[in-house]
Design a protein around this ligand. Structure first.
Ligand code: PRP
Length: 215
């Protein structure tokens, strides 16, 4: 490993995806022991031998770090990639974190969707909701941005439906809601900075190939 080799940096979305990503990287010989300590408040970790750095960020910020080149690689859900719409290359489906983006609500809201009624849609993903209703369905709706517990929307009368992630469906079931329409499948993806892809092509391709072989 040459002395002047620059560090390649990974931005990982905090939480479950980050731990699954570390497991996957470990399988291809990329380790970062100190990052696995869940109690640590440290934000950035270094593997000196491989000249790699890792940091954990809020998932919605990962595409931003990658677009600006503060990170060469990012791992984040397809939901975040679609919502943030940053200039990055999406290079690989990592196959974990599988779930679906759906329009959900009480069964009674089905009719409102069919009749293209002017409805209220609550979501943590206003851009995905807008794209789906305006560009795909050609339905004018009122989109209300929420930051979590979106299922409350139809329950307390804030909105008619929600656009949200469904994994097992248990949150919906326990709250008397159901999937009304499916927007798209989701999973963890690897993204790469567009300049890094050219400037560090060899090192990046080597990592991507090792990952592909592992998946
Ligand atoms: C996500 C999502 C749903 C739930 C879906 O919420 O927004 O609420 O998980 O999973 P399920 O189909 O397996 O029940 P998250 O836990 O991220 O928290 P939030 O509601 O605060 O966004």
């Amino acid at each position: 490993m040459s002395e002047d080799m620059r560090y390649l940096t990974f931005a990982l979305g905090k939480g479950r995806l980050a731990y699954k990503t570390l497991d996957l990287l470990e399988k291809i010989g990329i380790t970062c022991e100190e990052m696995k300590d869940k109690d640590s408040r440290k934000l950035i970790f270094v593997n000196e031998e491989l000249k790699l750095k890792f940091f954990l960020a809020k998932a919605s910020d990962v595409p931003t770090y990658v677009e600006y080149g503060a990170a060469d690689f990012g791992v984040v859900g397809k939901d975040t990639i679609l919502e943030e719409n940053r200039k990055v290359y999406e290079v690989m489906d990592l196959g974990f974190g599988k779930c679906r983006m759906c329009v959900c609500g009480p069964a009674s809201a089905k009719e409102l969707l069919q009749h293209h009624a002017m409805i209220r849609v609550a979501s943590k993903y206003p851009n995905i909701a807008k794209d789906y209703f305006y560009n795909k369905k050609h339905q004018t709706v009122d989109i209300i941005k929420l930051h979590g517990s979106v299922e409350l929307g139809p329950i307390v009368g804030l909105s008619d439906v929600i656009v949200d992630i469904v994994e097992t469906g248990s949150t919906l079931r326990e709250n008397g809601l159901e999937v009304l329409e499916e927007i798209c499948p989701l999973s963890a993806r690897m993204i790469v900075n567009q300049v890094s892809m050219k400037m560090e092509a060899d090192r990046i391709k080597e990592i991507l190939q090792a990952l592909k072989a592992q998946l």
